[in-house]
Design a protein around this ligand. Structure first.
Ligand code: AMP
Ligand code: GLY
Length: 422
């Protein structure tokens, strides 16, 4: 099978690596990709937001499966363009991607499907926002209704800060605060059937101890040994199946990865948000542990045939990813800083470098974004994988590099679950 991965980040690199490992995958192409992806795939200089161009590329390279990675092209309808060209595509249609594209829409679907989630109100006027804040009380949760790459959410006990965030957005969703450790569940969906991968945990705040602003994710690990048995089954029955049914009812079947962000509260798992794609870096450890073929799974989902393939399987042991970000992240980022040391990890059996914001220049490999790369390791357990990942981080350097020292240090995930959000 020939495959084409659309996107440029760590998620796409991890996907390209896992596809390349599938014996049925003969070729991996990517657009536009990054220097890491270029090591396992043929890169094409095509704009991921340009649906007709992506579809034309898919046809030109003879792709039998296109995987659209990021939310922006999905929300813009790039998967629709690929399907219209007659090529199988893993990624929701524009209509289904609204589950991520609009927080208000996803709340509406959750309400209609009876999915357990935080109480919420959509507000446009300052007075509405103020009333909603007082209804739910502190800590306050205010979300920009528009797509904001994981950074449009403010959780604070400072009422003025909550109001100021709302004032800076056109429309916000004000929510009840969900108390408990967070986890991510990626569910591969064909519109009808959902196949869950291993739950993972993502460390969202920029500083150790869950302090500082939210980021796209500073590190991750799987599996979550602390998650009560049966949690995944509960989420499938209470969240995924009703949501897939509701999306079908609305004429927008969800084909792709339904990323369920959850909090494990005292009352059970509650949905924090839906995304319409794999999460990064959370998916990196999940894919490191996947032992069944990824290409066959995603192709079956794209073809509406998931019932015909076996459940995905995973290795024993654990995997940890630690993100190295550039100076100034997440408020900004620093580009052009020379990265040294990645080559020392090449050939290490249990460690790999996942590229996100890197570029190849005459000066060598340089930073080209906020989250620059992640060091991912597998080990016998979380502690072992974590030690190997941090050993890898220590061998890489660039000016201004910043990373968290406490990724996967707390088995209960209490770091992000509690401390960060008071
Ligand atoms: P989101 O973009 O909706 O995932 O929100 C980003 C982060 O804000 C989440 O990962 C949580 O840490 C936090 N958050 C969002 N909604 C809530 C909520 N209702 N209760 C508590 N924390 C939340
Ligand atoms: N790691 C969070 C996200 O991908 O949105």
């Amino acid at each position: 099978m020939k495959t084409l991965v659309i996107g440029t980040g760590g998620r796409e690199h991890a996907l390209a690596l896992a596809l390349a490992k599938d014996p049925a995958v003969r070729e991996v192409h990517a657009a536009p990709g990054n220097p890491g992806i270029g090591e396992v795939a043929t890169l094409h200089d095509v704009d991921p937001m340009d649906g007709p161009a992506v579809a034309a590329l898919a046809v030109a390279v003879g792709a039998e499966l296109v995987v659209v990675g990021p939310e922006a092209p999905l929300v813009a309808g790039v998967a629709d363009a690929v399907r219209e060209a007659g090529v199988a595509c893993f990624g929701p249609s524009r209509a289904a991607a609204r589950l991520e594209g609009s927080k208000a829409f996803s709340k509406e679907v959750m309400a209609a499907a009876g999915v357990p989630t935080a109480g919420s109100r959509t507000c446009t006027l300052p007075a509405e926002t103020a009333a909603a804040l007082d209804t739910f009380g502190a800590p306050y949760v205010v979300k920009d209704d528009a797509l904001a790459a994981g950074k449009g959410v403010v959780v604070t006990s400072d009422r003025d800060e909550a109001l100021a965030h709302a004032a800076a957005c056109e429309r916000v969703v004000v929510e009840e605060f969900l108390d408990g450790p967070e986890f991510s569940l990626f569910v591969v969906c064909d519109g009808q059937v959902g196949r869950p991968l291993l739950p993972a945990q993502d460390f969202k705040r920029v500083f150790d101890g869950g302090r500082g602003p939210n980021t796209g994710g500073m590190g991750s690990y799987a599996p979550l040994t602390w998650l009560p048995e049966g949690t995944v089954e509960t989420v499938l029955a209470q969240v995924v199946e009703p949501t897939l049914a509701e999306m079908r009812r609305r004429g927008a079947p969800f084909v792709g990865c339904l990323y369920v962000g959850l909090a494990l509260t005292a009352a059970g798992p509650r949905v924090i948000e839906f995304n319409c794609r794999f999460g990064d870096p959370d998916v990196q450890p999940v894919l490191a542990l996947l032992t069944s073929p990824l290409g066959a799974l995603l192709k079956a989902a794209a073809d509406g045939d998931l019932a015909g393939v076996p459940e995905p399987t995973f290795a024993a042991g654990a995997s940890v990813s630690v993100v190295m970000a550039s100076a100034g992240y997440p408020a900004g980022s620093s580009t052009g800083d020379v990265i040294v040391g990645t080559e020392t990890l090449a050939g290490e059996p249990d460690v790999d470098v996942i590229h996100a914001g890197t570029a190849c220049t005459d000066a060598g490999l340089v930073t080209a974004g906020g989250r620059v790369l992640a060091v991912r390791a597998v080990g016998a357990d979380v502690a072992d994988a974590r030690a190997k990942a941090y050993e890898g981080v220590a061998s890489i350097g660039f000016p201004g590099a910043q990373w968290r020292r406490d990724i996967a240090s707390e088995p209960l995930g209490v770091v992000e679950g509690a401390a960060s959000r008071g």
